[in-house]
Design a protein around this ligand. Sequence first.
Ligand code: SF4
Length: 469
Amino acid sequence: MASLLNRLHAIEVATRPEHPDLTRALAARWEELPAHVKQPNQMLGKRMTGCEGTHGVFPKCNLACTPCYHAKEANRVRTDGDHTESEVDAQMALLRKFRGPGQHAQLIGGEVSLLGPDDHARALRAMMRHGRKPMSMTHGDFDYDYLVGLAIDPKTGERRFEHLAFAGHFDSMMYGRRGIKKVGAEVELNPYRERFCEMFRRLEREHGVTHYLAHNITVTPRNVEQIPQLVRDCRHMGFRMFSFQPAAFIGNQARWKDSYRAFSTDEVWKRIEEGVGARLHYNAEQVGDVRCNRTAHGIYVGDRYETLLDEDDPRDARVLQDFIAAFGGMDFKDGSRRLRTARCARAIAGHPAVLRSGAPWAARLVKRLGGPIELARGNTKAVTYVMHSFMDAKHVRPAWEMLQRGEMSEDPAILEAQERLQSCSYAMAHPESDTLVPACAQHSVLDPLENLHLQELLPARPPAERAPA
Ligand code: SF4
């Protein structure tokens, strides 16, 4: 009898739209958010607990970027697979504890492909063990053999992963890429972007490993005018997400080259819209603070793009609220088809209004996309546009230090930084203090000391080989 009850309980839990740990983590996240972001379209604490990233796990990089958000000591730290795996494991365990299962986590630091393929695979596995959805962040300057080495076990020839997610950072402020050490204009990098996407298509063709690719770019006065062309050139390459990051004064000061505040984030977004050829309704849904993040989920039908939600249509606002009320943080890719169907059925039964608002929304979206005949041609794909605006270290440092003391600033710039840090959607874990910190605080405040420590622990060259001081 007890075992039957246990089994029924397990089925009841498995068919909930959200894992109970995620339900708890979402509630805690919502609770800690400041009032100004607790809007009906807020995703944090409702749909997701936030994005995550690793730190101090492989600080070294073999390209040079301006700006570079890492401390100048980062390149003096040796890449070491054992260190990477144990640090990733500890950081992900803490994120699982505070943020629940199923959240997106970036394997990020210096350059991930400086890890050997086996070590890279170990790090991804550690992330998955703790219920994270990993994405490897890279400059993309590696060969197909490396990708195969990561995806396929060399001893057994079996797939290590069914699916890989990568973000390739390509922009003209990066120096040292093979074949194009110095880049004059974004367009010159298009063959390298195409090559990156083609490696993953080939991996899928030859080994059946599927992929999700994001494209990252830092935006400065040097390339801001090139954004529309970049979007037009790259939208059909195979990237499913384009993330634009207006440059900030963080990290290695020797790499601050331009007047990064010469344009506004509105101007960046306008240029993305110009390239897309459509309005990107970022106010339809919000992730944390709008001064940090803008997100537009949408669909291409050929070259025509429409965001899923129209921010001016109150019926679309209603459908988002119904969707969240029904499905919450449900992961539509987790578990078997049968399990997902059961979860969907429970979600809809719990909030049937989602069908009443959802069906007309779908009809409106199809119409905006050109009608059912256009869609039936099959030339459709989902693409997300994102802008993430890091803050300058000169604001983050005092803002963070005051927050640690429980104080709010009266200086408007510092107060803004504090509000954004409190609503942060991009966390890094510190197992040694059982805390999560915003990536801005990590890079502006904590990285330099952390890298000095790592430099001692993992010197880039053995001490005997070092040049005399
Ligand atoms: S506080 Fe910094 S790291 Fe966090 S979401 Fe805002 S810009 Fe990003």
